[in-house]
Structure formats: C-alpha cells, structure tokens
Design a protein around this ligand. Sequence first.
Ligand SMILES: *Cc1c(COP(=O)(O)O)cnc(C)c1O
Length: 408
Amino acid sequence: MAKINKNYLKLQGSYLFSRIGQKVREYQAAVPDAKIIRLGIGDVTQPIAPGVIRALHEAVDEMGKSETFRGYAPDLGYEFLRSVIAGKDYREQGCDISADEIFVSDGAKCDCANIQEIFAADSKIAVCDPVYPVYIDSNVMAGRTGAFDSAAGRYDGVVYMPCTASTGFVPDLPGDAPSEVPDLIYLCFPNNPTGAVMDRKRLQEWVDYANRHGSVILYDAAYEAYISEPDVPRSIYECEGARNCAIEFRSFSKTAGFTGLRLGFTVIPKDLEAGGDKLWPLWARRHGTKYNGAPYIIQRAGEAVYSDEGRREVRQQVSYYMENARIIREGLKEAGYEVYGGVNAPYIWLKTPEGMSDWEFFDYLLTKANVVGTPGSGFGPAGEDHFRLTAFGDREETKEALGRIISL
Ligand SMILES: *Cc1c(COP(=O)(O)O)cnc(C)c1O
C-alpha cells in the first residue's frame, strides 16, 4: 500500500496570503469604489531591461538555426555565465570564488529549499524569527522537525533566533555549549521581511562561530543589489574563513526582475566540508541527478545583466524601487511610526501603533487608507506587532498610499 510522506501533514497552510486576499476581496465587495493600493507584494513590477531583452531575442534566434541550436545545458550552467558571475560578483569584489564553484539554477527559492538534502537527516537547524518560510518548510518536509506547536507558533526541534528591535533585527549568536550549537544556520541579509542588514564585523562573528563549531551557514543574499551602505557585506565570502563554512545563494529575481524568467545560482567552495566530507561533489551530484539546467536563452539573458549596458539598466530599476522605499520610510516617520529597513533592502518594517496587533493594523490600513500590507506575525511569532510594506509598487501609487497614511 502506498503511503504519503506524513511530514507534509505537519506543514501549516499558506494562511497568511490567503487570509490577506480574502480580507481585501471582502472589503472591495463592500466598498466597490475604494481604490485599493497594494504595498504588500513581494514581486517586482518593472519590465525587463532593454539590454537583457535584446540578449533574449538573440538567443531565441540562435535556437531556430541548426548551426547555433542548443539542447541540454551543462548541468552546472554554461561556462559563459559561470565565469562572468565569478569575475564580476566575486573576484572584482575581492572574494576568492572561481567559476567552477558557481552552480547555475532556475532560482534561489529551489536552491534554498533543496540544499538541506545533502546534509544529515538529524541536523539541527537554526533560523531567524521572523523568517522567509522556505528554510523551515523544506526541513519540515524532510522530517528534520517535530510537530507545529500552535501556541508557540513554532515547530518543535528547530532553533528560532528572535530578530527584534532589541537585537537590531539581527540574531544573537547561539551559545557555545554543544547542546546549543546548530549544525545548519540559515541567514538572509539584507533581510526579507525586516529589511535589516548585518554589517561586516557582525557577519565575521558568525563565520568565526561556524568555523569554531563546524556548523555550515546557508547565506541567502537575494537582496544584495539593494545594498547602499559601504559597511554592509555583499557576499559572505568577504569574511575571512567563509570558504570553510558557508554556502551562498543569489538570484536574478530581485536584482534584475527575473521573477518570471527564473535564474539564480548557489556558491559552494571546493574546500567546504561538513564533518570531514566535501559538500561540492554532493551538490554537483544532486544537480546532475535531479536537474537538467536552466534554459540557454535565460542564461544568455543573465549574462547580459553583467554587460555595461545591462548593469546600468538594472541599477536604474533598483534605484526606482529604493526611491519608493525612501518615500515609504520617510512618510511613515512623518506620520509618527517607528520604522526599520528600507535603506539596503526594498522592505520597510514598522512597529504597529500602541495597543494594535498586526492584524488590527492591517484592517485599520485597509479600511481607513485603502492600503494593503503584510502582518508581521505571518513570518513568525517574533514578527508580531510589526508590519511589512514593500517598495516594489508603482511610484505614483506609492506616493498616493503614503499621502493617505500621513493624513490619517
Ligand atoms: C525573492 C526571494 C528569493 C528569490 O527567489 P527566486 O526563486 O530566485 O525567485 C530568495 N530568498 C528570499 C528571502 C526572497 O525574498
């Protein structure tokens, strides 16, 4: 008799976004002329840059001619893309990473979710709270957690590291006692949902901790392109010793608007080991067995992001979003809110007003300003009493939304 993987039954429903959608639909039905503005979206809205579109068209044409047609891509990615990534994202930034340490994929979400496969089933994992849910859910599916404790809002058997105003929205280091040391540590900076960053000195402390204890840091740098301050590291490999303890994930999604095109990559240094065994060959084997490569035309589009023209264009898109972030951040401050993020990330994290829960604040914004955001508790219990707004919207709508919030 076939049986299901019962771990899937531990997963909590995608309650957050379905509840938001339902509330917005109900309100719109009750007040049909309300002009609702959505500042809750986690997806880009600007079209793909012209230089990237040109590369896409050229690659499509190559596919239509027998001399230039391409079939299966190499498992780990085309050399033209891996070498431009290693050169421009790493070596030019002073990080010692080579092209054969880059694994090209169709996005960072799958890589963040799949990476746990190459580690032991009994690995102890640590995540930030609030958190991007993929890191936890993928470990729940793999049976690396206990049941969901609804009173606590957490899975048993997972180390949650609270990131609140009192910790500056970065986690405190776990203890050094053997029982406190996690095997796998998920970090995401600049952070979704809080917009917080870890400075270079702080990240170095994490690298030193991991090297001291033989832990591996799984570093999600999906928002690297949004960094504007010089003491914020763009890559974990800017830290000394990170080659011995860290895997890094990057994505073209937020950097260049590829959420619909799909392209990302994972960096695994050749010398990185877990418990004395190398990780690079395992991920290469996994890629080769379970994945047949990102499409040629998309890899060519990714290459174009690194040309002078492509870089200029995608920087403009990031600036567009970051100007929205500034408008939101400053508008909220003017309206008297306690505001975080929005300087090195397209996310603004605000404290809900005294005495209002995050869901009460959601209703308040929806009904009084017709603005939609995301309640912080949806990202973990430590997100309670906070609220996320995103800078991925249209400029005029963003201004209009903030005008409404200020005049409440
Ligand atoms: C958007 C996002 C990603 C990117 O995922 P893709 O699959 O590359 O689109 C990764 N991590 C975080 C935290 C994100 O918010």
